[in-house]
Design a protein around this ligand. Structure first.
Ligand SMILES: Nc1nc2c(ncn2[C@@H]2O[C@H](COP(=O)(O)OP(=O)(O)OP(=O)(O)O)[C@@H](O)[C@H]2O)c(=O)[nH]1
Ligand SMILES: [Mg+2]
Length: 293
């Protein structure tokens, strides 16, 4: 039996989180049109008769030295240190540039087997795909290069075949039916953050955090009661989330509810969603702080 860990790295918006979700067939990592959506290292677990692959989705690697970027970069690099293999996502619709070269340098230093996925091939023009292919052949000649569309679930089987062939022999690290190891509070907060970004990302690109303050199981009436806060940095931003007559927060609640419900299949679910302002989002990013301190 095979069991291997796979770190997924790539530029912001190259489709890393989409790839994890497509492979594990569950929305474990939120995706969005805006870059730098993923903030933590998220694990997705895939199991079949061949064995188990444990994927770590990382924040997009971005060449920039602002504080948030530096933190996200550190998480991306940290996750490469102890991985068996690397799945390097390249957005084939974009020309490779300085940022892509920076990733190549990091990936090569790890001396791990590299599988390159030329992603978004449903959208990319042939000449762009060739350009990416040429770039990889020139810079990482040993890497296996495969074309895919994470969004359309195209080319994924070939990627899994390659990854399993590279994975070491070993016993499964997680039960066969698990698809993530994220704590349930974290998954709930990420679902709500994803729905919020999808609705108001134009106005508030990265100023949104979500905190699950209460998660109560009431066994007597088979009920789960959740209270969560969408946290913005300034009082003036609260109105954007709430929307006219509460229209936005209502939409966020309804769409979040739909995605949270399958986590508790046999329970009645109550979701109480509120908005508050709290300066300095960093207070909430305990995972980032733990990694850096
Ligand atoms: N057409 C097309 N779009 C894709 C594909 N894969 C991802 N996308 C889209 O690209 C955008 C970014 O996808 P994500 O999966 O969030 O990208 P990411 O690499 O995780 O981004 P960060 O977390 O910000 O680094 C989303 O709008 C996806 O729907 C694909 O194969 N084809
Ligand atoms: Mg992501």
């Amino acid at each position: 039996m095979k069991c291997g860990t796979v770190a997924i790295i790539g530029r912001p918006s190259s489709g890393k989180s989409t790839m994890v979700n497509t492979i594990v067939e569950m929305p474990v990592s939120i995706t969005a049109r805006t870059p730098q959506t993923t903030r933590n290292a998220i694990r997705g677990i895939y199991t079949d008769q061949r064995g188990q692959l444990i994927f770590t989705d990382t924040p997009g690697y971005h060449l920039n030295d602002q504080t948030l970027n530096l933190r996200l970069q550190t998480i991306a690099v940290e996750s490469l240190k102890e991985t068996d293999m690397i799945l390097y996502m390249v957005d084939a619709t974009r020309a490779p540039g300085k940022e892509e070269l920076a990733i190549v340098e990091i990936v090569k230093k790890t001396r791990r087997p590299i599988v390159v996925c030329l992603n978004k091939c449903d959208l990319a023009r042939k000449d762009k795909i060739e350009e990416s292919r040429y770039f990889i052949a020139e810079n990482i000649p040993d890497a296996t290069v495969l074309e895919a569309s994470a969004k359309k679930d195209d080319g994924i089987d070939e990627i899994l075949i390659k990854l399993f062939s590279l994975a070491p022999e070993g016993e499964m690290l997680y039960p066969a039916d698990s698809y993530t190891d994220q704590p349930v509070e974290f998954r709930i907060s990420e679902i709500i953050r994803g729905k919020t970004i999808a609705l108001v990302s134009q106005e508030l690109p990265h100023a949104i955090y979500v905190e699950v303050s209460d998660l109560e199981q009431r066994p007597e009436d088979n009920e789960i009661w959740i209270r969560a806060f969408i946290i913005v940095e300034r009082e003036s931003q609260k109105g954007i989330i709430v929307g006219k007559g509460g229209a936005n927060i209502k939409k966020i609640r309804v769409s979040s509810f739909k995605e949270i419900k399958p986590i508790f299949p046999d329970k009645k679910l109550q979701l109480d969603l509120r908005v508050k302002a709290q300066p300095k989002w960093r207070k909430n990013s305990f995972v980032l702080d733990k990694l850096l301190n």
